[in-house]
Design a protein around this ligand. Structure first.
Ligand SMILES: [Zn+2]
Length: 196
């Protein structure tokens, strides 16, 4: 309580609290929004000040550190080629699936094999004429192509083939001049990929 009175007297005199202690290692400037109102807040304040007084500021720029990284710095890898769009017309499960597909995160035979899992064959289990990768299963397999042909007919658009999921999705993103029709077209494509 003595400390509380001491602080109140300090504030009454118009001096900022807490004052910078001469022995403080961290030369930070406090900018409080208001003064402490009760003994509990004063205790909290005291805890913060004593804790931060031991902090040694570094001249290095802020960064996430990771011992697994080669340069000891955690990096967030962003795919600039990921055409995934996000809007409410497309169910989140479909968006998530397409996003994972574009990022190569679908557990196809090829993907599992690359992760060291023993796979008897990386050939497509449906047609045996291609490699079991997402681009083939969803765009090149005969069943997928048949479905795509019908979707293009249904939408009144000349059919064309795509080799990559990203190209397939990008086509819808830049297709047409009407934004409303484009969104419907994108939703159909996302739905198709998820259903396949
Ligand atoms: Zn196939």
């Amino acid at each position: 309580m003595d400390e509380y009175i001491q602080v109140l007297e300090h504030l009454k005199a118009g001096r900022p609290w807490p004052p910078l202690a001469p022995k403080t290692v961290c030369h930070c400037l406090w900018a409080w929004k208001r003064h402490p109102k009760n003994p509990q807040e004063l205790l909290d304040l005291d805890s913060i000040v004593s804790l931060t007084s031991q902090v040694v500021c570094s001249n290095r720029s802020d960064a996430w550190r990771s011992r697994l990284a080669v340069d000891d710095i955690f990096h967030l890898t962003v795919s600039v080629n990921n055409p995934t769009v996000w809007f409410h017309l497309v169910p989140i499960k479909c968006i998530s699936f397409v996003w994972r597909t574009c990022m190569g995160r679908i557990p196809t035979a090829m993907t599992l094999s690359k992760r060291g899992i023993k796979i008897s064959s990386i050939s497509c289990q449906i047609c045996s004429n291609g490699v079991d990768i997402a681009d083939h299963i969803l765009l090149e397999c005969p069943d997928a192509v048949d479905s795509l042909v019908w979707i293009f007919i249904w939408c009144g658009i000349p059919f064309q083939r795509f080799r990559l999921i990203s190209d397939f999705v990008n086509f819808a993103v830049i297709w047409g001049k009407c934004s409303k029709n484009r969104k419907i077209f994108i939703a159909i494509r996302y739905g198709f990929l998820w259903c396949m």
